[in-house]
Design a binder for this molecule. Structure first.
Ligand code: NDP
Length: 481
């Protein structure tokens, strides 16, 4: 059976303790490779390598770092189909999604930050007759990047690309559930000419190697994407050590559809925003509010389309939904489906596990599920499920829908559907979320600030925000006379 390795100091290596655990293919339920169960000793090697590499990498001109990151992006692009197949197998997502979204986005992440770093500038503030301030922004040192399983390489590269571009040395940990494509990056790094020790990839569990990274005194900043409970734990651990933290956490995003929307566009996009990647995207809209005038018409059309979606194995080019990432996550989603029923929810479609024929009969498949008749403030409508489960609710006025949309502890993203531009501005202004799409969903410009409010996170990534996070500013004042 294939054993994945860590990538430390420019070479692949097994974990020092020689312990591994299973990696399960969600499409079949079978173990298909083994993952290093890394610990403090592997981290110590990575920190030593990163410390040694830091002066080389941080002093390299930005243009040179940029060229290396361009080669990263080209290296992934050259192996596109290998990465696509590996991502789809590891995560259970339809291969078409990995081909059109995940891996192209990883390519763009490296390409974008390779370019951004050569356009990055710092500020100068002139005080007339008094003096001049100028601000330098230097790399922090050794930083940790910890990413989740839902968009594995997409989010892993979203963190390590700006961290590297800014001149830091990185110790990165992919999710233990989807480590495969991150591990493949080691080969790309070597080929791209990245000096050994600049990027170190450690596999293992969050509780062991993830926690060790958060606690390590020589790791000065942590960029984390994952669940809110994990983010809270990391913040509590890192705060007394005054580490710089960027936390991209959970969401419970509203989709708000007004009577005056472009109906067909709203319908088509809401199907995607509800069920893309089996609903396992932090930006998916899981609470759908539809204005009364079109509620019945929208509901009927939505249920008809969703109930004819194809749940299938990831390699099926016709699959609309693939497998749920793991058995434990499937169980969690099914528990929420039971809860929604207990709370009085009416299943309009779905609600059941799907069993495909062999060899996928032990895979983790679930019907896309729509609930109606649930109050906005019940648990189903307040807690993140992170699966193919949505609720649909009618509303009458802007005030009412704003109150309901803003009622959760989260504040990540929202999608508003209206052809009235003034209403769109009013809504966008009052939604307490880091991202508002109007007549759209998941259109991403990598220059924009990305992140959430409230329990959806702390700080922003993307564009210059990411480069600012991964650098330490210093202001210098010089008196003029
Ligand atoms: P988790 O919080 O369980 O895990 C995220 C990462 O943190 C994994 O690599 C995990 O390792 C690691 N980890 C777990 N415990 C610790 C710890 N104590 N110290 C350090 N690292 C730790 O999230 P999921 O992987 O389940 O991802 C789903 C969540 O991510 C959802 O809540 C979703 O909303 C959120 N998310 C947010 C996004 C955003 O941009 N706001 C984008 C995408 C997802 P391991 O897997 O080995 O346990």
């Amino acid at each position: 059976m294939e054993k994945l390795m860590n990538y430390v100091d420019g070479v692949y290596c097994p974990p020092i303790n020689e312990q591994y655990f299973d990696n399960i293919n969600p499409a079949t339920g079978e173990v298909y490779c083994l993952i290093p169960d890394s610990d403090d000793n592997d981290l110590a090697l990575a920190v030593t390598a990163a410390e040694k590499a830091f002066p080389i990498w941080s002093n390299m001109p930005a243009e040179e770092r940029s060229k290396i990151l361009v080669r990263f992006s080209e290296g992934i692009e050259k192996r596109m189909e290998q990465f696509v197949a590996a991502e789809s197998k590891d995560n259970g997502k339809p291969i078409t999604l990995a081909r059109h979204v995940d891996i192209p986005r990883a390519v763009s992440n490296f390409h974008f930050f390779a370019s951004a770093i050569i356009h990055f500038s710092s500020e100068s503030h002139y005080m007339e007759g008094v003096g001049i301030n100028y601000t330098t922004r230097k790399p922090i040192g050794i930083v940790a990047c910890i990413s989740p399983w839902n968009l594995p390489l997409y989010l892993f590269s979203w963190k390590i690309a700006p961290a590297l571009a800014a001149g830091n040395c990185v110790i990165a940990k992919p999710s233990e559930i989807t480590p495969y494509t991150a591990t493949m990056l080691g080969e790309i790094a070597t080929e791209a000419g990245l000096p050994p020790g600049v990027l170190n990839i450690l596999n293992g569990t969050g509780a062991k190697i993830g926690d060790a990274m958060v606690r390590h005194p020589k790791i000065s900043a942590i960029s984390f994407t994952g669940g809110t409970a994990t983010g809270e734990h990391i913040a509590r651990t890192a705060a007394p050590m005054f580490k710089k933290l960027s936390l991209e956490l959970g969401g419970k995003n509203p989709t708000i559809i007004f009577d005056d929307c472009d109906f067909d566009d709203a319908l088509k996009t809401t199907i995607r925003s509800s069920f893309a990647n089996q609903g396992q995207i932090c930006l998916c809209g899981s609470r759908i509010f539809v204005q009364k005038g079109i509620y019945e018409k929208f509901k009927e059309a939505f249920v008809a389309k969703v109930s004819s979606s194809k749940v299938s194995f990831p390699e099926d080019p016709k699959a609309n939904l693939g497998a749920i990432v793991s058995e434990s996550h499937l169980t969690k989603i099914l528990t929420y489906i039971d809860l929604a029923k207990k709370e009085g929810g009416k299943v309009l479609t779905g609600g059941n596990r799907v069993f495909l024929p062999a060899p996928h009969d032990k895979g983790f498949y679930l019907e896309p599920t729509i609930f109606e008749s649930l109050p906005y403030d019940c648990k189903t409508n307040q807690e993140e499920i992170f699966g193919p489960v949505v609720t649909i609710m009618p509303f009458e006025t802007e005030e009412e829908v704003l109150m309901m949309a803003n009622s959760t502890k989260y504040g990540l993203a929202s999608s508003v559907w209206t052809t009235n531009v003034k209403k769109a501005h009013r809504m966008a202004d009052q939604l307490n979320m880091g991202i508002v799409w109007v007549n759209a969903w998941l259109i991403r410009d990598l220059r924009t600030p990305f992140g959430g409010m409230k329990a959806s996170g702390v700080g922003r990534e993307g564009g210059l925000e990411a480069l600012r996070f991964f650098t330490e500013p210093k202001n210098i004042f010089i008196k003029v006379d």
